[in-house]
Design a protein around this ligand. Structure first.
Ligand code: SF4
Length: 352
């Protein structure tokens, strides 16, 4: 378990907060900016290693602050090159993050909350309920812990998706603070267009995100073709029915080449029929949107099965024939409990 300490963690502070930390220790503001660059851009996780700072400042920092990443509790490498992580914070709460390398890029799937309140019926994280929101530092900590563990080079193209544990639009302040540090050229320098927030359909959150001056890409977890079906899979649909959700999506401002992504988890004999595909095409008619079809990959304990591959292809063809681009996304790390929340739930069951 990571050691609890009374020292303030610099990791997770933004540039202005680091400037204030420098001023507190009798240094100029620009020393705070050097500290910020040293941590997030050069990935130094000890004040002593940031040699652009004076020895006196490094000593004062070490006495009052710490630079602490969360602890990697478990790493599960998959045969397909991906790795699933269980990452723990000082209060013992743990989340899951996934590393997915491709030839010239790496995608990191992050958690935004410990547990989740949204109760999607096909999701293991839902079984935990919400434990708490993550801080910006805990979100960035997942990125930096995996970068360090996998020794990801700065030349590698990095994509970030908020599709791990939690509903990011129920923790917008911390998610957006982390995103602003991710995209800053003086910090991690990840292009905004390579960051995606995936939501279960929190309409006020979509509207709030629409107001942000710098917006990551938006993906909406649709998973159903009617309100009735969606309520049975995602009870959140009672609060934010399809009509309101799709209206918020239609009003969402998009860049010149940007499209909205709708995620659709295909569950055998539940939502994978041809009439479902036709209704989805009708719902999305006229939108600049694409659909990612994700054959269900859950484990034991949930009452769903993956569809046959033919069924997935038929669904894709039916959407494409009606002008909705659809792509089949196979979850990475199938051999290492690919379903989100599965590792954590298993760990808590063992502990209990
Ligand atoms: S799918 Fe996402 S939003 Fe739904 S319960 Fe799981 S973690 Fe929460």
């Amino acid at each position: 378990m990571p050691l609890a300490t009374t020292k303030t963690n610099l990791f997770g502070l933004d540039r202005e907060e680091m400037e204030r930390a420098a001023l507190e220790l009798g240094e100029d503001c620009f020393r705070g900016r050097q500290l910020y660059h040293g941590i997030y851009h050069d990935l130094n996780f000890h004040a002593e290693a940031i040699t652009s700072l004076s020895k006196r400042f490094r000593g004062a920092l070490a006495a009052k602050f710490q630079i602490a990443l969360p602890e990697i509790l478990e790493r599960h490498p998959s045969r397909d090159g991906a790795a699933r992580y269980r990452i723990q914070f000082p209060d013992s709460n743990a989340v899951e993050s996934v590393y997915m390398p491709e030839e010239r890029r790496v995608t990191l799937c992050l958690s935004s909350q410990a547990g989740c309140a949204v109760e999607c019926r096909f999701c293991f994280t839902a079984l935990m309920g919400l434990i708490r929101n993550l801080t910006a530092g805990e979100i960035l900590g997942q990125v930096c812990a995996v970068i360090r563990d996998q020794q990801i080079s700065s030349r590698m193209r990095l994509n970030v998706v908020f599709m791990g544990m939690g509903e990011p639009l129920l923790n917008v302040a911390s998610v957006m603070k982390a995103v602003r540090i991710m995209i800053d050229q003086n910090a991690l320098g990840i292009p905004l267009r390579r960051i995606t927030i995936s939501t279960s359909g929190i309409v006020p959150g979509i509207k709030a995100l629409a107001e942000e001056p710098l917006r990551p890409k938006l993906a909406v977890s649709l998973n159903a073709s009617t309100d009735e079906q969606r309520v049975s899979l995602m009870p959140i649909n009672r609060k934010y029915p399809l009509r309101d959700l799709l209206a918020a999506c239609r009003a969402y401002p998009l860049g010149p080449r940007e499209v909205l992504t709708f995620e659709y988890v295909l569950l055998a004999s539940v939502n994978d029929s041809l009439p479902d595909a036709l209704r989805v095409a009708k719902l999305l008619r006229g939108m600049r949107a694409k659909v990612n079809l994700i054959p269900y990959n859950g484990g034991p304990g949930l009452p769903y099965r993956p569809p046959s591959f033919d069924r997935v292809l038929d669904f894709q063809e039916a959407l494409a024939a009606r002008g909705v681009p659809a792509f089949i996304r196979i979850s990475r790390g199938q051999d290492v409990r690919a379903a989100c929340g599965q590792l954590t739930l298993e760990a808590s069951q063992k502990a209990g």
